[in-house]
Ligand binder design. Structure first.
Ligand SMILES: *[C@@H]1O[C@H](CO)[C@@H](O)[C@H](O)[C@H]1NC(C)=O
Ligand SMILES: *[C@@H]1O[C@H](CO)[C@@H](O)[C@H](O)[C@H]1NC(C)=O
Length: 267
């Protein structure tokens, strides 16, 4: 009786081991992935991979199928070799935008960075680069035209600028002197690529210095000494205006002035 029980117990034990081994032999482990090849979401949710089961692999984010289907099968407890090969997605050249170009020396594949280059006279607003993501180029950038401050008014003359807007790169401001005054300097200045004018604003000076006999049509012009004093005050006033030019600009003009350092950084 004892012997019988013993044999029976051992038999069950062996049977269990046999079933276990059979099952183990028929199961595949969770498929491993490498680098740019990953499991599909469906496969990720699976826990058991019995003999004969099929799993699909796919390309990782930023990669696309170069060849193969990605299907692998569990045969004799082992996965068949995946036939899938993946390559990086190509974002292609970034979309053209006005007054902007790109340095794509890093290429245009997934992960590449293209730096933004603004045309001369334009400054960068936003990110200075674009990056190739899974869904295409990302990063907002804009090239905006450079602005110059409206020049301060000149004494005994005026600037020819009717707009409230700041002059843009390449735009020209003209100066006209009141009657009896002539320009000392250039009659026009041009807004340059760095937001500065190409020349200093001119001054309007009285034309009385040499012609003491025929004083100009200034209302206060009485004697020659009077003209001289009004002239020196003119020069003095011009100087005052020149030195106070920067604080005298309007808040909006100062706003654009604030952009100048950015613009320098972007260059
Ligand atoms: C800037 O872009 C505008 C619109 O595309 C174009 O008309 C202009 O010529 C460009 N300026 C420069 C300096 O390339
Ligand atoms: C583009 O950028 C690389 C560095 O990433 C630099 O060496 C190269 O000179 C740049 N090319 C142009 C045209 O700016």
């Amino acid at each position: 009786m004892e012997v019988l029980l013993d044999t029976c117990g051992r038999g069950i034990y062996l049977l269990l081991i046999y079933i276990f081994l059979l099952k183990a032999a028929a199961e595949c482990p969770k498929p491993g992935t490498n680098g740019n090849i990953v499991l599909t979401n469906d496969a990720l949710l699976m826990n058991d991979f019995p003999e004969g089961s099929e799993v699909t692999l796919e390309c990782a984010t930023g990669y696309e199928i170069e060849s193969g289907s990605g299907v692998i099968n569990c045969i004799d407890g082992k996965w068949t070799k995946p036939d899938l090969t993946c390559r990086k997605k190509d974002c292609g050249p970034p979309n053209p935008k006005p007054n902007m170009s790109f340095n794509t020396s890093q290429g245009t594949l997934f992960g590449a960075i293209a730096t933004v280059i603004c045309d001369k006279g334009y400054h960068l607003s936003g990110l200075g680069y674009k990056q190739c993501f899974d869904g295409g180029w990302g990063g907002r950038a804009k090239c905006e035209i450079v602005l110059c401050d409206i020049p301060a008014q000149v004494a005994n003359g005026r600037i020819v600028w009717d707009s409230k807007d700041d002059p843009k790169y390449g735009e020209v401001i003209q100066f006209v002197c009141d009657e009896g005054y002539t320009l000392d300097g250039t009659d026009s200045i041009k807004c340059g690529e760095n937001g500065e004018y190409d020349f200093m604003p001119p001054q309007c000076v009285g034309v009385t210095t040499e012609r003491t006999t025929s004083p100009p049509v200034t209302p206060a012009a009485g004697t020659s000494s009077g003209t001289t004093s009004s002239e020196t005050s003119t020069v003095h006033r011009d100087k005052t205006i020149t030195t106070s030019a920067t604080p005298a600009v309007s808040p909006s003009a100062r706003g654009t002035e604030k952009m100048s350092p950015n613009e320098l950084i972007s260059m």
